[in-house]
Design a protein around this ligand. Structure first.
Ligand code: TRP
Length: 426
């Protein structure tokens, strides 16, 4: 089980992927986070690929937990949001103030202040273009949807996903439904209807992703299954004849061998290749959305590798010296980098002879996650491996780069304040 509310240490990514069915990240987006395999896994990224290749609208969704600091460890999700926004994605961002209230006891007022000062101003300073940022506590569409989603899950499921027990309070138990609603509400009619939706997350958020993907299917009238033949099952208490006919008519336009079965409430179709499933699901969702306000296609997710903290372990708010916050004073950031751990050897002689270990090095992670130039980062890696580059040199170099980036960012943050109303519409 993965507990999204604990600040646990590193995950064994490969084991998690196997155990929970997270797929390899095998799409080559033109972005260094993907090129360098810092994004390790995905779920149904083929929906996003399909939207991009066919110039269809798609959503980009994330949420921020308004506690602690925005630091480099949680920055790469926003880097991805900005990347997908540039590709044409429509961005929504939830301030998870209900979640932070229910799971960490943070007041709504404090959450608002932290969200704006420590997170949203940085997002804008980093280059996020105008989009929709909202507070869970103020969004009645999200709250209403969370309520409706509650009709499609039960305590057994939540217990096995999250380890909830009888003593967990109901707000905490409700928070995964709020998060599912954050993501799914972007597909409600009022927000443009069903559309592929990408959610960049860390592995700790996977229980939420599994739950919202399942819920999206449970809200549907049409569900597709594929076992060499396509099977569309039609859900609903009322007589489903009309919907069976709709699915049958749609499939008959493209395929010759389509059969409908009123008794078993299915339409079967032969000769469908696996590559056509995304298109079929999206087409059926569009047909369905005329009748069902809650027609969602399963949201897609990308899973990023956690950045190493400067003290070893993960970069985490609970260890202040482990992290570089985007709000850090540049001098302070320099100090933390200079006193950080490295993947270096005990002596200089040894390092020249054996080379360093960049894969274990938090300082190299700073290059890897923050410097876009592939050629340069590769050079740093190889020079380290070959014993040509010493830790002191790396530290001074990256400390310089990070501190000038931070002082740029703090200037842009002040300009960002003027633009807040283009993001928070209330
Ligand atoms: N639970 C997330 C966190 O702890 C925040 C969050 C709320 C979120 N709603 C979301 C993340 C929707 C992704 C999508 O950081």
């Amino acid at each position: 089980m993965i507990n999204p509310w604990s600040s646990s240490d590193f995950f064994d990514y490969e084991r998690l992927k196997k155990e929970f069915g997270i797929e390899e990240m095998n799409y080559n987006f033109d972005n260094f986070l993907f090129r360098r395999h810092l994004i390790l896994g995905q779920r149904s990224i083929d929906y996003i690929d399909y939207a991009l290749k066919n110039s269809l609208k798609f959503n980009v969704m994330t949420g921020l937990m308004p506690s602690g600091e925005m630091h480099l460890g949680n920055k790469s999700a926003i880097d991805q949001v900005i990347f997908f926004q540039k590709l044409g994605g429509r961005v929504s961002i939830a301030v998870a103030d209900l979640e932070s209230y229910s799971t960490r006891g943070i007041s709504l007022e404090k959450a608002r202040n932290v969200a704006i000062e420590k997170y949203i101003l940085n997002y804008i300073a980093m280059g996020l273009e105008p989009c929709e940022i909202y507070f869970q506590s103020k969004n009645s569409d999200v709250q209403f949807l969370a309520y409706m989603l509650g009709n499609r899950t039960n305590m057994n499921e939540l217990r096995s996903l999250y380890g909830f027990t009888d003593t967990h309070d109901l707000l905490h138990i409700n928070s995964p439904l709020i998060q599912a609603a954050d993501v799914l509400h972007t597909q409600m009619k009022k927000y443009g209807g069903p559309a592929p939706t990408i959610v960049p997350v860390g592995f700790d958020q996977d229980p939420h992703i599994r739950l919202m993907r399942d819920l999206s299917k449970r809200m549907r009238i049409f569900n597709i299954q594929y076992d060499r033949d396509l099977i569309v099952s039609v859900r609903g208490k009322d007589d489903p004849k009309e919907f069976i006919d709709l699915a049958y008519d749609y499939l008959s336009k493209t395929y010759t061998n389509v059969k409908k079965d009123y008794e078993y409430r299915v339409v079967r179709c032969e000769g469908v290749s696996e590559g056509d499933l995304v298109k079929i699901d999206l087409d059926l969702a569009n047909i369905e959305s005329k009748y069902n306000d809650f027609t969602f296609v399963p949201p897609s997710a990308t899973y990023q590798k956690l950045m190493k903290g400067l003290k070893g372990g993960k970069m985490s708010s609970s260890v202040p010296d482990s992290l570089i916050s985007l709000n850090d004073d540049p001098k302070e950031a320099k100090r933390k980098i200079m006193s950080g751990m490295t993947g270096g050897r005990d002596t200089e002689e040894e390092q020249r002879r054996l080379g360093g270990e960049p894969e274990k090095c938090p300082i190299f992670d700073l290059y890897n996650y923050e410097i876009e130039d592939d050629k340069y980062v590769k050079e740093v890696y190889e020079d380290c491996k070959n014993g040509r580059r010493m830790c002191g040199f790396c530290k001074r170099e990256i400390a310089e780069k990070m501190s000038s980036w931070l002082s740029e960012l703090s200037k842009k943050r002040e300009e960002a304040r003027e633009k807040l109303s283009l993001y928070i519409h209330e």
